[in-house]
Ligand binder design. Structure first.
Ligand SMILES: [Fe+2]
Length: 352
């Protein structure tokens, strides 16, 4: 690993842990929205239209000679949205979304003058491996967003450190509710992927962290009994919903068949709230008035110039967005795929 470049992948400030991120009443209302409005799809199913598309998209990510299968990517974690972009979808939780306390915290975290809520979603799950391997959350840049640019390019841009001037300043307050006794925490690399990780440990009830997850590797810790972490019959279109037969419990179904029941004790609920930050009024204006937006042309000019300065030789691509050799080269130069150090897996025998 290129240690100098790994140092780029650090959040703007040390993540800050807080307790009781939401009041009991807010938590009850958030959970009530989740219970009344399901069933909820797998996280994977939000990002891909079908299992076929998922496999086609990820085939470059497995070693040569290995044919990717759906099982390699399936993880029983389900997701839904409390907001559509910056608009809260449920009036009964609008105090959680338009959250003055959180806005204060993220402004202070960034030492920025202005903040606005950017989005709010939740993950729900029962037992699961640490399958969501360490990753950075998708970022965006002025003029360069998911609407016009593939994720790989935006990831390369953040890992290169060359586009800081245009990168959206973001922060999240991520809160967990999990009573289980095996794992279920949060693992993160606040000092960079070349340093030791830190962990926030479960059980937790409203414990939260203020972070910049676009610039910090992080992942959920495995949780629950090992034998229940991959329910048989899990499929791309499986869903999770309240279990009518178990108070406080949940169930996962595939084509209407129940494949797993999850007790209240093993239910893990993550609430993700995100904000946009602007250091001062000038920056706010520049962002909203689009007076300093990037274009693809500018992005590739910056990247090509940097490659040349590094002494990399290459044929200038005619279409850099699709040129496979060029994309591989960018990944070789700027890619940082995995942290160096991992904490031990949670022990099941501590569950006694
Ligand atoms: Fe994430």
């Amino acid at each position: 690993m290129d240690i100098e470049r790994a140092k780029i992948l650090r959040p703007v400030a040390e993540p800050r842990v807080l307790e009781k991120a939401y009041t009991d009443d807010q938590h009850d209302r958030l959970l009530d929205v989740v219970r009344r409005n399901g069933p909820w799809k797998l996280i994977l199913a939000h990002h891909f239209q079908s299992a076929e598309e998922l496999i086609a998209t990820t085939s470059g990510m497995v070693p040569e000679g290995v044919t990717p299968t759906l099982d390699m990517f399936l993880s029983p974690v389900f997701r839904g949205f409390f907001s559509y972009n910056q608009v809260c979808l449920y009036p009964e939780i609008q105090d959680c979304f338009y959250n003055p306390g959180f806005l204060d915290r993220v402004r202070d975290y960034w030492k920025a003058e202005y903040a606005e809520p950017e989005g709010m979603l939740f993950n729900i799950q029962g037992p699961c491996t640490g399958g969501g391997s360490p990753h950075l959350d998708a970022t965006r840049f002025r003029g360069i967003t998911l609407d016009n640019t593939p994720v790989w390019l935006m990831n390369t841009m953040s890992k290169s450190g060359l586009f800081k001037r245009w990168q959206a300043r973001k922060a999240q307050v991520i809160a967990w509710y999990y009573k289980g006794r095996i794992g279920g925490g949060f693992t993160y690399w606040p000092d960079g992927p070349h340093e030791q990780p830190k962990q926030i440990h479960a059980p937790m009830w409203g414990r939260a962290v203020v972070v910049e997850n676009e610039m910090m590797f992080h992942t959920a810790e495995a949780c629950g009994p090992v034998s229940q972490r991959m329910p048989e019959g899990l499929a791309f279109h499986s869903v999770m919903e309240p279990d009518p037969d178990g108070p406080g419990g949940w169930r996962i179904t595939t084509d209407g068949q129940v494949i797993q029941r999850i007790s209240e004790e093993e239910f893990r609920f993550l609430v993700h709230w995100g904000a946009n930050l602007y250091m001062d009024f000038e920056e706010l204006q520049t962002a909203l008035d689009h007076t300093d937006d990037l274009t693809h042309e500018r992005v590739f000019d910056v990247l090509l110039e940097d490659l040349r300065a590094r002494g990399e030789t290459f044929d200038p691509p005619s279409d850099p967005l699709t040129d496979k050799d060029f994309i591989t080269r960018l990944n070789d130069v700027y890619g940082i795929d995995r942290p160096l150090y991992f904490p031990p897996e949670p022990e099941e025998n501590v569950a006694a």
